[in-house]
Design a protein around this ligand. Structure first.
Ligand code: NAD
Length: 289
């Protein structure tokens, strides 16, 4: 069994506790047992789980795993603290707010011989899986992914990092990318921002990623992918899967803990995560220059 602590009791943290208390039967997630949670607030027990201090969590021998579910700005420090203490870490995306720090954390995980896992539930959705099926085998001419959503609360960082799920989709669909230009429209007074990044595939096909947020904007993803044979203008609707997205991620993370994920797959995932963070860094740089 792996004893776990959850850091950050927001939407994601509460789901992590719920899922560990009722894991999918006969899945590797049954090997996780939640031992406590950490919060900046003084909270009552949550779903029967008690609050503990950071000091207690890092020093307890029956706690081997930490789930980092705070705002993005705090991820790096928490991940480092737990890796340093020799604990496995599952961190909600994005792992860090720059590429260099992520490289350091992976190195630290390797040195300590523990698993470092970054959650990417966007890759587990049925919509994405269907889109991936439809894109497979087609040759891209050019494309756009335009995300809209409500204003972000403080602590979630620059849009190329808070929106890394969209970038991850593009990289998983079209392979390694490079950044050719990026601009940012920012009206912080009314919570509106629009980031536009121009990307290029290894075959020099152009992709545009727009991340637009503002009060009242609906959460939506519009696509326009032009292929040699057809154009995709809609994310194919697909029925929800039987297992929740965070539960699927929990099962995958537990499989890593149990040594059931092939090292090649672990390496592929690490390369993709670092590549996306490198792109996010470059986009931020170009927007700010
Ligand atoms: P959230 O705003 O619900 O919680 C974020 C942080 O705010 C937590 O640390 C929580 O302890 C704190 N918090 C919540 N309510 C508070 C209050 N009343 N007073 C003081 N602090 C409070 O955000 P979230 O959706 O849980 O996101 C956490 C992480 O999970 C982020 O990195 C996010 O990118 C990631 N994530 C979330 C989802 C999702 O569906 N919610 C999906 C994928 C990734």
């Amino acid at each position: 069994m792996f004893g776990a602590v959850v850091v950050g009791i927001g939407t994601a943290g509460l789901v992590r506790i719920r899922d560990m208390l009722a894991p999918l039967p006969a899945s590797p997630a049954e090997k996780l047992a939640v031992k406590g949670f950490i919060s900046r607030r003084n909270l009552d027990t949550q779903q029967g789980v008690c609050q503990i201090s950071m000091e207690e969590a890092v020093s307890r021998e029956d706690i081997n795993v930490a789930f980092i579910c705070t705002e993005n700005d705090f991820h790096e420090d928490h991940v480092r603290t737990f890796l340093q203490a020799g604990k496995h870490v599952c961190v909600e995306y994005p792992m860090t707010m720059n590429h260099k720090a992520a490289v350091e954390l992976w190195d630290l995980a390797k040195e300590k011989g523990v698993i470092l896992h970054e959650e990417h539930i966007e890759l587990l959705t049925e919509d994405y899986k269907e889109l991936k099926r439809q894109v497979q085998g087609k040759t891209l001419q050019d494309g756009t992914l335009h995300f809209t959503g409500g204003s972000l609360k403080p602590g979630f960082g620059f849009p190329s990092f808070s929106g890394i799920a969209r970038l991850t989709w593009l990289v998983e669909l079209f392979g390694e990318l490079s950044v050719t230009a990026a601009t940012m429209e920012d009206n912080s007074a009314n919570g509106y921002s629009k980031m536009t990044a121009k990307l290029q595939t290894s075959e020099n096909r152009s992709l545009t990623w727009i991340e637009e947020r503002g009060p009242g904007l609906p959460r939506a993803k519009d696509i326009n992918f032009r292929f040699d044979s057809c154009t995709l203008t809609q994310i194919p609707p697909a029925p929800r899967g039987a297992v929740g997205l965070f539960m699927q991620d929990l099962i995958y993370f537990s499989a890593k803990l149990a040594g059931q994920v092939h090292p090649k797959e672990l390496q592929r995932e690490k390369d993709r995560i670092l590549h996306c963070l490198e792109l996010a860094d470059r986009i931020k740089q170009l927007c700010q220059s």
